[in-house]
Design a protein around this ligand. Structure first.
Ligand code: 5AD
Ligand code: SF4
Length: 462
């Protein structure tokens, strides 16, 4: 160990990158690094990147342009700034990054994080290190327990990676290439991590994976456990009050998982289940391996088990060959499911994916116009969903001080931020709140029994 050095990690993209960034910081803390919020102060700067769409990847290069100035200033002060690119752009582009941005000293993919100290040493000795192999060992065996995860963005709510990678090969998606084949972490490790988080004050955990409901981790009994069984075990961990999981694939919604939604009151009645398109033709071209009716049936099965379940989705508009009729099917499914929210994206061709080789490109203006129509349709549904929450009482996990003095802000079961007049001592508590008003980005509520109409919690839902 060689004294205190300063680390700045900047995360892009998905929640798994945020989790990975914390784990890298935990690992480097053992090497004597302390984190700094200011990139200018850093001795080591890590960009944990996202490759999912072109815009996300290009952002990295403009950031690296700015970092060149930082590195020059550090050198002028007699300091060496080591610049590292981690994550999915690193995995996908490897050496190319160093060619395009010589400011970069170190490039490594998501499966190499545990080798970071050795890679830093190699970059220092050889001037540069690039590592994008998929190592045979499991990085989770080498990463320290997630001390930082406790202080993750939402304090009393934390994320735990349970599964990584994807074997589905949707034709638009880079994930199977950047994150690699599906692997599930062993159940005992996950439960240990959740218990440590609960001990440190975490009350809500979201189990994350690129294809989380394909989870098949080795159980303590030697058998592979599915996600449903894992959820039942996590619900038993003392101190854990609420559970979520993301992101799911519609193909892997097993009867067991549906039953878990029926049986586990701690499992939040909210599910992100991306459908991507409402057109059978496009779903087939995307290699999603399900049709619109399969998706609607899955939604029905889940709603039969948990009637207050709210769904959200991702959508891609302008996939190669998408006609106006296909797009109309997508608009239709928004209303049929009644999504409480959705993320919509213009199709972005990704290098190495099958769809990127298709000629039938949808012109950019058409993509933009469809995106706008879809966002309006989703916005209407979301507003209707929020409006139906007015007057309901549901459990809110209070997380931190709110916008005004005396207020706390928390999350509803549906992930909406809720502003509530409540004493500070209630941070970290799950309390019944009656929704009194709707804001633009949050709901307003009153502690139930403190002047609210006192609708029983069981009446919650939409
Ligand atoms: N173009 C546009 N959107 C994409 N997504 C994944 N790949 C692409 C792409 N090539 C979207 C999908 C996915 C979300 C995380 O990003 O909707 O669910
Ligand atoms: Fe990408 Fe499809 Fe795998 Fe999701 S299921 S990560 S969209 S390949």
């Amino acid at each position: 160990m060689s004294g205190t050095r300063k680390l700045h990690v900047k995360s892009y993209g998905c929640q798994m990158n945020v989790y990975d960034s914390h784990r890298m910081a935990d690992l480097l803390a053992r090497e004597g690094y302390v984190e700094t919020a200011q990139a200018e102060d850093a001795d080591l700067l890590i960009l944990n990147t996202c490759h999912i769409r072109e815009k996300a990847a290009e952002k990295i290069y403009s950031e690296l342009g700015r970092i060149r100035g930082l590195k020059q200033r550090a050198a002028a002060d007699g300091r060496r700034l080591t610049v590292a690119v981690a994550g999915c752009v690193a995995q996908a582009e490897g050496e190319e990054i160093v060619r395009r941005a010589p400011v970069v000293d170190l490039v490594f993919g998501p499966q190499s994080y545990h080798r970071l100290p050795a890679l830093i040493a190699r970059a220092a000795a050889e001037g540069r290190a690039v590592e994008t192999e998929f190592p045979v060992e499991d990085k989770f065996d080498f990463l320290p327990a997630p001390a930082r995860a406790v202080t993750a963005s939402r304090g009393v709510a934390a994320f735990v990676t349970v599964q990584e990678g994807c074997d589905k090969f949707c034709t638009f998606c880079v994930v199977p290439y950047t994150r690699g084949a599906e692997i599930s972490r062993p159940v005992a490790k996950i439960l240990g991590e959740v218990a440590a988080l609960a001990e440190a004050g975490v009350r809500e955990v979201t189990l994350i994976g690129q294809n989380v409901n394909a989870f098949h981790g080795a159980g303590p009994d030697g058998e592979p456990w599915g996600l449903a069984r894992l959820l039942r075990a996590v619900a038993e961990v003392p101190g854990i009050l609420r559970l979520r999981y993301t992101t799911s694939h519609p193909r892997d919604v097993s009867d067991d998982l549906v039953a878990a939604h029926r049986d586990l009151p701690k499992l939040a009645p909210q599910l992100h289940l991306p459908v991507q398109s409402g057109s059978d033709r496009i779903l087939a071209a995307m290699n999603r391996r399900h049709g619109r009716d399969d998706y609607l049936r899955t939604v029905d099965r889940l709603r039969a088990a948990r009637p207050d379940l709210a769904f959200s989705s991702d959508f891609i508009v302008g996939f190669p060959g998408e006609t106006e009729a296909d797009f109309a099917d997508t608009l239709r499914i928004v209303d049929e499911v009644g999504f409480a929210g959705a993320f919509s994206f213009k199709y972005s061709p990704r290098p190495g994916t099958p769809a990127a080789r298709e000629d039938a490109r949808v012109p950019e203006p058409e993509k933009a116009e469809r995106l706008q129509r879809l966002q309006e349709a989703v916005g209407r549904r979301q507003a209707a969903f929020n409006a139906r929450c007015r007057g309901l009482t549901f459990d809110v996990l209070l997380e931190k001080p709110g916008r005004r003095p005396g207020q706390l802000v928390g999350r509803s079961p549906y992930l909406q931020p809720v502003q509530v007049m409540a004493p500070d001592r209630l941070v970290g508590e799950l309390v019944p709140v009656t929704v009194t008003d709707l804001g633009t980005n949050s709901l307003f509520g009153a502690l139930a029994g403190a002047g609210g109409p006192g609708v029983p919690a069981s009446a919650a839902g939409a």
